[in-house]
Design a protein around this ligand. Structure first.
Ligand code: GDP
Ligand code: IMO
Ligand code: MG
Length: 434
């Protein structure tokens, strides 16, 4: 079987974790290919709420092998904490058994977090992501596969800590890194993770050759992509399809399906323009009913109407074969629902996203309005989804106004919806049947 790519199509938090957990039932491998623990992916199994920052969301499926791929930046202490939590809840330590870390993945060290904590402009997660990718691009970063070469090497540790301290001082930080602490860190990482460091690209390539199904789990979203997002208010990796195989160490020909995940509205955490942002009671409704608080930092997410300009941009970059629409339930109870179809920029109507951050900040949304549909409790929505799937009703199980809304989004984006989410639970997703 080929590889399936799951990507956020907006500014992140679209529900990637939930979809990956669902699809992983049919997969043998789930691989992360970029980003790090800036991600926060939620999986809800009845009463149990699991939040993953580094561990692939397919960990919930015991038969699934897990890869932290070449293009990632990994904080080993955060990974260790996630593994301790996972062992507490499941009794399993997957290291070296079914969890493998790429020898090419870069390591987030305390220095990177100190540097990131100085950010005042972007509103980063403060997890050291940008500084670690900066060291990678500058070709001075430390990779998991190179750990054994620097383990105990005082010369390397002294020159690295000198460089780090010069950068910290120049940036105005009072934090400092000693050569001894750097060597202790390297030793601790070797002790805890040596058994799981592997040539993960080769493992995935072999699996695909054997006909096994691989899911490539994106983090962040298209509009946070370093090249194609709303620069400079973006993350520091390529979040898009082009990097899904590259960052996993396999070739693009393996990919058959690319699912773009999108909320039925839109959210954003951190700074930067968001043309459809709602600062009124509708925004409050979306934030409250949708529980829109960041999974990683707990920050309040900014909420707005669905933006078809954003989605067409995401589709052009990623070539989605299907859309997974999430959080349709959250729109229940609104009299009318707006969809942004174009922007007005300095008196002109535009249909594509401007590349300039200041131009995007001046864009005013142009809306079409659709009728709303009634609200239901999450238990009721879960019942609707279960019945829809059992009886193969598909989207016909939804209120007719909701069906119209979905059709309108499909026309505006130019991609069919393959599933619709109506609640956080694993089973609160309706699959398309026609
Ligand atoms: P990710 O980063 O893309 O994996 O998304 P997050 O987990 O950060 O945020 C998505 C949030 O929405 C989580 O709290 C999910 O449990 C929740 N969620 C996902 N799908 C749905 C849905 O269809 N309806 C509702 N109400 N919540 C959902
Ligand atoms: P998931 O995978 C939402 C945002 C941050 C900030 C910008 C840069 O859960 O969808 P960074 O720490 O990456 O340098 O921050 O990107 N951001 C996210 N927003 N979901 C995420 O991940 C995000 N990861 C980073 O808020 O605006
Ligand atoms: Mg998230």
């Amino acid at each position: 079987m080929p590889a399936t790519v799951i990507l956020g199509a907006q500014w992140g938090d679209e529900g990637k974790g939930k979809l990956v957990d669902r699809l992983a039932e049919q997969a043998t491998w789930v691989a992360r290919f970029q980003g790090g623990n800036n991600a926060g992916h939620t999986v809800v199994l009845g009463e149990q709420v699991l939040k993953f920052h580094l561990l692939p969301s397919g960990i919930t499926r015991k038969e699934c092998n897990l890869i932290l791929g070449d293009g990632m930046v990994i904080d080993p202490w955060v990974l260790n904490k996630e593994l301790v939590d996972w062992k507490e809840s499941s009794g399993e330590d997957p290291r070296g058994e079914r969890l493998f870390i790429s020898e090419r993945a870069h390591i987030i060290l305390p220095y990177h977090c100190y540097m990131d904590s100085l950010d005042k402009k972007i509103g980063t997660t403060g997890r050291g992501i940008g500084p670690t990718y900066a060291d990678k691009i500058n070709r001075i970063g430390l990779r998991f596969g190179d750990l054994s070469e620097v383990d105990g090497d005082l010369e390397w540790a002294s020159s690295s800590s000198e460089r780090m301290n010069a950068s910290l001082e120049a940036a105005g930080s009072s934090e400092r890194v000693s050569a001894e602490s750097l060597l202790e860190d390297v030793k601790w990482i070797c002790d805890n993770f040596s058994s799981s460091i592997a040539h993960t690209g080769l493992m995935l390539d072999n699996a695909l050759k054997l006909g096994e199904h691989v899911i490539l789990e994106g983090a962040q979203g298209c509009l946070l992509d370093i090249d194609q997002g709303t620069f400079p208010y973006v993350t520091s990796s390529v979040t898009s399809r082009g990097n899904s195989t590259h960052g996993a160490g396999i070739h693009p020909g393996h990919v058959e399906e690319v699912i773009g995940i999108t909320k039925a509205y839109i959210t954003r955490v951190g700074n930067g323009a968001m043309p459809t942002e709602l600062l009124d009671e509708v925004g409050d409704h979306l934030g409250t009913v949708g529980h829109e608080f960041g999974t990683t930092t707990g920050r309040k997410r900014r909420c707005g109407w669905f933006d078809a300009v954003v989605m067409r941009h995401a589709h052009r970059i990623n070539g989605f074969t299907g859309l997974a629409l999430t959080k349709l339930d959250v729109l229940g109870g609104l009299d009318e629902i707006n969809i942004c179809v174009a922007y007005e920029l300095d008196g002109q109507e535009i249909r594509e996203m401007p590349s300039s951050a200041s131009a995007l900040a001046r864009c005013k949304p142009i809306y079409i309005t659709m009728p709303g549909f009634p609200s239901h409790s999450l238990t009721e929505w879960l019942g609707i989804a279960k019945k829809a799937n059992e009886d193969s009703m598909g989207f016909k199980a939804l209120p007719s106004a909701a069906q119209h809304y979905i059709k309108q989004l499909e026309v505006l984006v130019g991609v069919p919806c393959s599933s619709v989410g109506v609640g956080p639970d694993r089973d609160a997703t309706i699959d398309r049947v026609d």
